[in-house]
Design a protein around this ligand. Structure first.
Ligand code: NOJ
Length: 747
């Protein structure tokens, strides 16, 4: 009976959805029928607004006139109720009054800046990540924004690439779950609600594999790797309902993604049945001339449109050529109609045809300024994103250095480093500046002072983030000598990791590591805080300093979050979503590599092995690694069977015990290895995780259910299936620290 009700309601629900869809489809068609070819092409054209830019600008004096003439379907970088209203007014003067879509890079918050996406990924907390995207959408939509160019779901195995900060790191499984959480967060209860913005899964595809980590560079990879590693987060975003996709700057195996038919028509719109539209990246249609793929803008527009790119961001190739291309028979009208239909559909779904100003509400916009619940959520997310990399006891003591004691009336703390008093650096790349930033954002200095009450704090800058002067070292060391504990705050400037911020040297910039050495030489206990957008290299610090927190760029409440962790008001639980290399020469570096025919089993196993003769093969800090103020002990794994058949399910359980003195959260990670395959399989692949909270002294049994779905991979014919054989199940605290059990599983 229950089954009957469920299927009855499912049927009714799908009829209603279909009816709504049909209504929108009919409405789209009724508009499309009225449109001239030029008006259709106008919908496939997106311009940057006259106030801000996130790419190279094309001078265009008559931008506003073009909107009035129906030559523009969407604008980017236009925010705020006043501005969006102003431009929407122009669109309402066009013949058919088709509303504009306003898009913006809302990457990690709008008014409330959240941690950079890579930092959020370190929380492994999908609910918190979804909430962060939800809040970003609420704030942005209140400022007239309809569409965010996020989430970036590119897998990134190369920290030289500045855009690693925008994604979820190196792993397709974690990346897929985070992609889904972000899409759900941005789109909330669904398009049509005024607090939902359209998500845009980008950059389709494989942009994260740009050769040498150089932005905008080429990508050459096997189709198997594309499908197995780089596409899953896009598929997850699509399954979560992502309204739009953005193609990318790179070529993939010689074909620019923007004109890549295989990606856009065969996979995305074909096999995956994507119903939304694809926007190009900034100028990427026209840039195909530089790629040597299109001879001119006209050719570029033809290649992009034929390949399934629906909207041209800023290159003006479509607006200047597409109508003519249709007239010459070089682009089929049906393809233009399909692109316009997709775009109009989203405008209808957003409710813009019913009320083009429905996102323009001054009262709602004002409510989002310094909204306390949003700021609280930001602080929560920031605390969850911090990763404790090291926490050793002081010489001769049992107790670890962190957490620090609060106002004890005795300890003198010295805060040293170029980031101690910084305000805006907390916001990171892809964030917005607000007039009241200097009062609403506090520095580490402010927050440590609050924790320490009347205790005296000492300060020295020591050096700048990125120059060679050591002129401040003497002052810093003399202050250090006067203190009982030293907190050194170093890292990157907020504009050092992001778009077009690739680096060949990812060591801690400038003389910051030398400053750490100089301070550590005073023999005083040192805690190092590293704020950055990417995995940096800081080997001396890692080997010699007792306590290190990786604090990324944490957003508006970043300093409060750091102070909470430093003083034990929050026990850190973040785990690295990317492997941290020990030298640039190890890059690309990732945990799910193939074993090779001559694997090295350790760093002393180098004789004719797949190893380096001059450096370790291991990352400095592994994927999934991160400590807590407490300790977690893992039992051996128990399986419900050592030999499974067909579609049986495997249960793998482990007992995790908190053996330390603090309550804490732990991300229990499940990895699987397929021992022999028709194509070689990675040494381990993340297939599950659970974030659990354990009180001091508490134990919990954590169980994972594994199905044959988790064993599937793409074989050499790109068939997605699993193969009989032996498997290793690994459960542990990081990719490098796991317990193992074996089983066979046959069809
Ligand atoms: C170029 C970036 O690659 C893309 O991610 C971004 O959305 C656009 N510029 C718009 O700013």
């Amino acid at each position: 009976m229950r089954i009957f009700f469920i299927s009855f309601y499912t049927l009714v629900f799908s009829l209603v959805v279909n009816a709504q869809r049909k209504t929108i489809d009919q409405r789209v068609d009724s508009v499309l029928r009225l449109m001239t070819l030029e008006e259709k092409v106008g919908q496939m054209n997106q311009y940057n607004g006259p106030w801000a830019a996130t790419g190279p600008l094309t001078n265009d004096d008559n931008l506003l006139t073009q909107i009035k003439e129906g030559k523009v379907g969407s604008m980017l970088n236009v925010t705020g109720v006043a501005r969006t209203r102003e431009l929407q007014n122009l669109a309402m003067q066009t013949r058919l009054k088709i509303p504009l879509l306003f898009g913006q890079d809302i990457i990690h918050g709008y008014r409330t800046t959240f941690p950079i996406p890579l930092a959020e990924a370190a929380s492994w907390d999908l609910e918190a990540i979804e909430r962060s995207a939800r809040i970003a959408a609420i704030e942005a939509s209140a400022a007239g924004v309809h569409w965010t160019f996020a989430p970036m779901v590119d897998i990134a195995r190369d920290p030289r690439w500045g855009r690693v900060m925008e994604g979820a790191g190196e792993d397709p499984y974690l990346g897929s779950l985070i992609a889904k959480a972000r899409v759900k967060g941005f789109q909330g209860k669904g398009l049509g609600n005024t607090d939902a913005v359209m998500a845009c899964a980008k950059h389709f595809a494989a942009y994260g594999a740009a050769v040498g980590g150089r932005d905008y560079n080429s990508v050459d990879m096997s189709f198997r790797q594309l499908h197995e590693v780089y596409l899953p987060p896009f598929k997850a975003a699509l399954d979560a309902g992502a309204a739009t996709f953005m193609n990318s700057f790179n070529d993939l195996n010689g074909i620019p993604a923007t004109a890549n038919k295989y990606l856009q028509r065969d996979i995305l719109k074909g096999e995956w049945k994507f119903k939304g539209f694809v926007v190009s990246d900034w100028g990427s249609v026209g840039e195909m001339i530089n790629h040597g793929y299109a001879k001119d803008n006209k050719d570029a527009s033809m290649l992009a449109t034929n390949a399934g790119s629906d909207m041209d961001m800023e290159s003006r190739s479509n607006i200047q050529n597409l109508a003519q291309l249709v007239k010459e028979g070089k682009v089929k009208l049906s393809l233009v109609d399909d692109a316009v239909r997709r775009i109009l559909h989203k405008k209808f779904e957003m409710g813009l045809f019913d009320d083009p100003y429905r996102f323009c509400n001054e009262t709602r916009e004002k409510e989002q300024w310094n909204n306390q619940p949003h700021l609280d959520a930001e602080k929560d997310m920031a605390r969850k994103s911090i990763v404790l990399l090291k926490n050793a006891p002081l010489p001769g003591q049992e107790k670890q250095l962190l957490p620090l004691k609060k106002a004890d009336g005795q300890s003198k703390i010295a805060l040293i480093g170029p980031l101690v008093r910084s305000i805006k650096e907390h916001l990171g790349f892809w964030s917005y500046d607000w007039p009241d930033d200097s009062t609403r954002i506090t520095s580490l200095w402010d927050e440590v002072q609050k924790k320490m009450g009347d205790n005296k704090l000492l300060y020295a800058k020591g050096c700048n983030i990125d120059d060679n002067s050591k002129a401040g070292f003497d002052e810093a060391t003399s202050i250090a000598k006067d203190a009982d504990i030293i907190i050194i705050s170093v890292g990157e400037g907020r504009d050092m990791t992001g778009e077009a911020k690739s680096k060949s040297n990812i060591h801690l910039p400038g003389v910051q590591e030398e400053l750490i050495e100089a301070i550590t030489a005073t023999a005083k206990p040192v805690v190092v805080l590293i704020s950055a957008g990417r995995p940096l290299i800081f080997n001396w610090t890692a080997d010699n300093v007792p306590a290190i927190l990786y604090t990324w760029w944490l957003g508006t409440k970043g300093a409060e979050a750091i102070a909470d962790v430093l003083f034990g008001d929050y026990n850190p639980s973040g785990k690295l979503p990317m492997s941290f290399p020990g030298t640039e020469g190890q890059i690309p570096i990732y945990y799910n590599y193939y074993n090779t025919g001559r694997p090295a089993t350790s760093d002393s196993d180098r004789f004719y092995r797949s190893a380096y003769i001059d450096f370790s093969i291991y990352p400095k800090f592994a994927f999934g690694y991160g400590l807590s103020y407490t300790n977690f002990n893992y039992s051996n794994i128990t399986l419900n069977g050592a030999s499974l058949k067909g579609n049986q399910k495997l249960t793998a359980s482990i007992v995790v015990s908190n053996t330390g003195k603090y309550d804490g959260a732990e991300v229990v990670q499940l990895y699987i290895r397929d021992m022999v395959g028709s194509v070689v399989r990675p040494v381990k692949e993340l297939k599950g995780f659970q974030k659990i909270i354990l009180k001091a002294g508490e134990s919990k049994t954590v169980s994972f259910t594994i199905t044959t779905e988790d064993l599937k991979f793409y074989n050499n014919d790109l068939k997605y299936d699993w193969e009989s054989g032996e498997f290793e199940i690994m459960i542990g605290t990081s990719s490098k620290d796991v317990k193992t059990a074996k089983l066979t599983w046959n069809k």
